[in-house]
Design a protein around this ligand. Sequence first.
Ligand SMILES: NC(=O)c1ccc[n+]([C@@H]2O[C@H](COP(=O)([O-])OP(=O)(O)OC[C@H]3O[C@@H](n4cnc5c(N)ncnc54)[C@H](OP(=O)(O)O)[C@@H]3O)[C@@H](O)[C@H]2O)c1
Length: 248
Amino acid sequence: MTDLKGKTALVTGSTSGIGRATAIALAARGAHVLIVGRNEQRAKDVVAEIQDGGGTATFRLATLDDLDSAQDLAEWAIQEGDGHVDILVNNAGVALLGPSESATEAEFDETFSLNVKVPFFLVATLAPAMAERGWGAIVNVSTMVASFGQPSMAMYGASRAALELLTKAWAAEYGPGGVRVNAVAPGPTRTPMNERFGDMADQIAALAPAGRQGEPEEIAAAIVFLASDGASFVHGVTIPVDGGRVAT
Ligand SMILES: NC(=O)c1ccc[n+]([C@@H]2O[C@H](COP(=O)([O-])OP(=O)(O)OC[C@H]3O[C@@H](n4cnc5c(N)ncnc54)[C@H](OP(=O)(O)O)[C@@H]3O)[C@@H](O)[C@H]2O)c1
């Protein structure tokens, strides 16, 4: 299917895990994909994989942590997209886990900068032009722990809960202009991020009906659905893609 041909898709955090799988899936549907991350070799590898599959992609190395980094990325993306970015996937994120009393101010600021501030200013910079063109799709990547209390995940969950509220607010703000804004809330997913957490991810995953971790491609499938016209009447929702955890 090449229904996204002619669209430019910016996917943050697309050198690894869920973002990487999303970039590959969007490219397979015809989108020109803009890869962003910090690791050059991984960025080159994703671009090469997309090109080998007949798609088009390019990359930019960026450490996303503030207004300037978000605006620089948006400006580059507009240039790379021949003047337009049609799909934005706010996927890059950081999960610094631990008891609240152990968290530092620097960790708090890092979490909210990457998980909330950068998506906020990417949307603020890119969504108005999408609305002027009358078509846009923004997908925010949240987490299931934005919906319930989980020890050691207070800071991370709170940052994603903010992103879920922004998803609704932006749907109200930009939806009338033809820009759909939605989110996915993954459960534990087999990515390099989770490898760092050892058995904990498997133990949490075992509590859901699916009883296992998700694969990055399973999260990407929901993101691509929300980014495509298959979801043309879907605005402002967060879809749980968590093996049934929040439903049970
Ligand atoms: N894995 C899970 O179980 C799970 C569950 C729920 C939600 N999520 C969310 O899903 C998203 C993707 O997670 P993942 O598991 O796929 O993680 P991952 O494999 O560790 O990938 C993270 C990506 O984000 C990029 N990144 C991280 N910090 C960055 C920064 N400051 N500036 C620019 N890029 C940065 C990384 O780039 P480099 O590697 O090139 O530096 C990488 O491409 C995150 O928002 C995460 O919170 C994950």
